[in-house]
Design a protein around this ligand. Structure first.
Ligand SMILES: *Cc1c(COP(=O)(O)O)cnc(C)c1O
Length: 392
C-alpha cells in the first residue's frame, strides 16, 4: 500500500500538502470562470490569483508585481535565460553558467549556443561549489547573464549566491538563479542577495506539479516565450492554471511559516545526519558527496563503491523504499550524472551513487528501516561483484 511506502525522494518531487489540495479543489470545482472575464465570478478568481502572487512574493522578499506564474521550474528557467538572451542580444551574446546546473538550465544554454550565443560553463570544486573568482574573471564586455543555481538537486550543495549577486550587480550583468531546491527550505531574500531573476517550482515544496514562478526584478525587460493573450503582464500568454496558482500560493504561505519553525527544520537535519552517520558506520567504502556544511538539510548523496546505484534502487524498491540514483532525468541512461563527474569522481564510482532526500513528513522509524535494510542489500550485491572481491 502507498501508506507503507518510505518516500525518500523529495528532491524529485514532494507529497502535496493536504491543505494545498483542499484550497485547489475549490478552484477545480465551483470557481471555474476564466479570470479574464468581467463578471463577479471571474473577478473574484482574479483576486485570489493576486493573493497567491502576494504569498509567492513574500517567500522571496519580492514585490507581487515582480512574480510571473509559469508551468513549473523548467519553464521559469527557460523564460529567464531565453528571455534575457533574446531581449539583450544586441548588447551581447555571452552567458555564464555552471557545470552542475539542472538540465532545464544546461539544455537551454545548449539551445542558445546553436543560436549564436557563447556559453561559459564554470567548474566546481570537489564539494560542488562554483569558482566565484573564475566567474568574475569570465565576465566580458558582451556578458549579459550569469545563471548559477541556488542549491544543487543531486548533492544539496548551497552555492554562494549573495556573493555572485554582488559581483553581477557591480559589473552590470543580470543574475538568474534556479532556486527550485532552495525555495521553502532556506530563507531567500532577492533584495539582499542582489538577485535579478529567480525560478521556483511548487511540487518541490509540497505544492502542485505544473505550477511555478519566475521572479523578475522590477524594471528588467525580458522577451516572452509564449505569445497570445495579455495574461501575466504580457509575459506568459494563456488562460491561467488557476488551481495550480492557488496551490502554489498556499504552498508558499505554508513554507514561509515552516521556515520560522526551527524545531521542524532541525528535525529534518537530525534525521538526515542520523541516516548519514548510520550508513557510514554500517557500510564500508562509502563516499559522501556534496559539501559537509554548506549543504541543504534534507539531502544525502553517497557513492557506494563497487556496485551500481540502479541495482541498489531496485532492491530498495522491493522493500518499499523510494530513493534515487541522482537526477530523475538521468535515471535509465547509462551515463553517470554530470554533477558527480563535475566533482571529479571517476565514472565507475559515480555509477554507484544513491540519493536520499527527506521532507517534513519523514519519520524516524523510516530512517531506522533504511539503516536496517540498506547494509544487507549492499552486502548481497557486493558479494556478487567481481570488483568488490578485487578491490577489498
Ligand atoms: C525539479 C527541478 C527543476 C524543474 O522543475 P519542474 O517544475 O519539475 O519543471 C529545475 N531545477 C531544479 C534544480 C530542480 O530540482
Amino acid at each position: 500500500m502507498i501508506e507503507d511506502v518510505i518516500y525518500l525522494d523529495n528532491n524529485a518531487t514532494t507529497k502535496i500538502a493536504p491543505e494545498v489540495v483542499e484550497e485547489m479543489l475549490l478552484f477545480l470545482k465551483e470557481n471555474y470562470a476564466n479570470p479574464s472575464s468581467i463578471y463577479y465570478l471571474a473577478q473574484n478568481i482574479k483576486k485570489h490569483i493576486e493573493t497567491a502572487r502576494e504569498k509567492a512574493a513574500r517567500l522571496l522578499n519580492a514585490e507581487p508585481s515582480e512574480i510571473i506564474f509559469t508551468s513549473g521550474g523548467t519553464e521559469a528557467d527557460n523564460m529567464a535565460i531565453k528571455g534575457i538572451a533574446f531581449a539583450n542580444e544586441k548588447k551581447g551574446k555571452h552567458i555564464i553558467t555552471s557545470s552542475i546546473e539542472h538540465h532545464a538550465v544546461i539544455n537551454t544554454c545548449k539551445y542558445l549556443e546553436k543560436h549564436g550565443f557563447e556559453i561559459t560553463y564554470i567548474p566546481v570544486d570537489k564539494y560542488g561549489i562554483v569558482d566565484v573568482d573564475l566567474i568574475k574573471k569570465s565576465i566580458k564586455n558582451d556578458t549579459i547573464l550569469i545563471s548559477i543555481m541556488y542549491v544543487n538537486n543531486e548533492i544539496g550543495t548551497i552555492e554562494p549566491v549573495a556573493e555572485i549577486g554582488k559581483i553581477a550587480r557591480e559589473k552590470g550583468v543580470y543574475f538568474h538563479t534556479d532556486a527550485v531546491q532552495a525555495a521553502g527550505k532556506i530563507k531567500i531574500d532577492v533584495k539582499e542577495q542582489n538577485i535579478d531573476l529567480l525560478s521556483i517550482s511548487g511540487h518541490k515544496f509540497h505544492g502542485p506539479k505544473g505550477a511555478g514562478a519566475l521572479y523578475i526584478r522590477k524594471g528588467i525587460k525580458i522577451d516572452a516565450l509564449l505569445h497570445g493573450g495579455h495574461q501575466e503582464n504580457n509575459l506568459r500568454a494563456g488562460t491561467e492554471n488557476v488551481a495550480g496558482i492557488i496551490g502554489l500560493g498556499k504552498a508558499c504561505e505554508i513554507a514561509d511559516e515552516d521556515l520560522k519553525n526551527i524545531k521542524m527544520k532541525s528535525e529534518i537535519k537530525r534525521l538526515r545526519d542520523k541516516l548519514e552517520k548510520g550508513i557510514l558506520e554500517k557500510i564500508p567504502k562509502i563516499i559522501v558527496n556534496g559539501h559537509p556544511e554548506k549543504r541543504i538539510d534534507n539531502t544525502l548523496n553517497i557513492c557506494i563503491k563497487y556496485i551500481e546505484g540502479e541495482s541498489i534502487l531496485i532492491n530498495l524498491d522491493l522493500e518499499g523504499i523510494c530513493a534515487s540514483s541522482g537526477s530523475a532525468c538521468t535515471s535509465g541512461s547509462l551515463e553517470p550524472s554530470h554533477v558527480l563527474l563535475a566533482l571529479g569522481l571517476p565514472h565507475e564510482i559515480a555509477h554507484g551513487s544513491l540519493r536520499f532526500s527527506l521532507s517534513k513528513y519523514t519519520k524516524e522509524k523510516e530512517i531506522d528501516k533504511v539503516l536496517e535494510i540498506l547494509p544487507v542489500i549492499v552486502q548481497k550485491l557486493r558479494n556478487l561483484s567481481p570488483f568488490w572481491k578485487k578491490g577489498k
